[in-house]
Design a protein around this ligand. Sequence first.
Ligand SMILES: NC(=O)c1ccc[n+]([C@@H]2O[C@H](COP(=O)([O-])OP(=O)(O)OC[C@H]3O[C@@H](n4cnc5c(N)ncnc54)[C@H](OP(=O)(O)O)[C@@H]3O)[C@@H](O)[C@H]2O)c1
Length: 315
Amino acid sequence: MADEKVIAVVGATGAQGGGLVRAIAADPGGGFKARAITRDPSSDGAKALADLGAEVVQADLEDPAGIDAAFAGAYGAFCVTFFWVDFSPETEMRHAQTMAAAAKSGGVQHVVWSTLEDTRRFVPLSDDRMPTLQGKYKVPHFDGKEDADAAFRDAGVPTTLLRTAFYWENLIYFGLGPKRGEDGTLSFTYCMGDKRLPAIGVEDIGRIAYGVFKRPDLIGETVSVMGEALTGAQMAEKLSKALGEPVAYNDVDPDVYRSFGFPGADELGNMFQFKRDFEAEYTGARDTGVARSLDPELQDFDAWLAANAKKIPLE
Ligand SMILES: NC(=O)c1ccc[n+]([C@@H]2O[C@H](COP(=O)([O-])OP(=O)(O)OC[C@H]3O[C@@H](n4cnc5c(N)ncnc54)[C@H](OP(=O)(O)O)[C@@H]3O)[C@@H](O)[C@H]2O)c1
């Protein structure tokens, strides 16, 4: 339809952006059309988006002119950064500035920026309960995102800050799911104590972002979402039922978690400790009611497990 509003989607072949493209495609009469941004339109992921009816365009966040062209004339832009590529909040800031400038020059009327809290507002660098990382962060992939909120504010683009949550997909793709011990039993290890971890199915983030684009009254607002917040013990109980065998939650001290040695262990140890120590502030800020009002299909953990438990690798 000629009068459809175009949403330029960064990270369209990825988790959050892909969910948004699929949400737009699932609502053909909704008045929106996705412009899927990828570095490689010939990839299988990009072709799958074209098959859904998305316009697929080539652009790279390392090339501001390309992002300018990709955002030009769009009504909306979904903006997300990719911390885990190089573990660099500075890269996230640079990419956010590129997207904000493109939104400004392209006349974009609604940006949804996928962001997170700056944990240093709660745990100042002087607080030695957790180590300072990269010289100036406590949880770099959180802190850098709120730093980058300023890029959109400073550019003066109409923006909704979408504060997301831990993906349950981390149990499948990020090594954070149950593992089989030498005794053959399954367990997963975080350092959340008995506190709740707010989390979400990543496909819901895309549907929520779509819901935000349909709500211009949310420009200038911060929308903080989750699908459900559960303790490790509650997650273990639900995983046990879904997988048909016992799964235990193994709680460790954050210092132990940080010492595990895999890339990012110190960062994830700080992240879980922040969520443990500031449960009231962090979990309390996230609202399933708001999330469901934007995404009526919002999944809780049981619903997510019903659709995804079989994909969890149980090595
Ligand atoms: N894991 C979690 O629990 C969690 C929770 C909340 C927030 N986050 C945040 O989510 C962010 C990542 O989002 P995601 O999970 O949706 O990412 P993702 O699934 O890893 O998607 C990455 C996509 O971005 C595109 N991309 C990568 N570098 C690019 C570049 N230079 N220019 C243009 N496109 C580029 C790639 O597409 P092409 O190859 O097609 O170009 C790729 O498909 C991270 O910053 C992370 O901190 C994660």
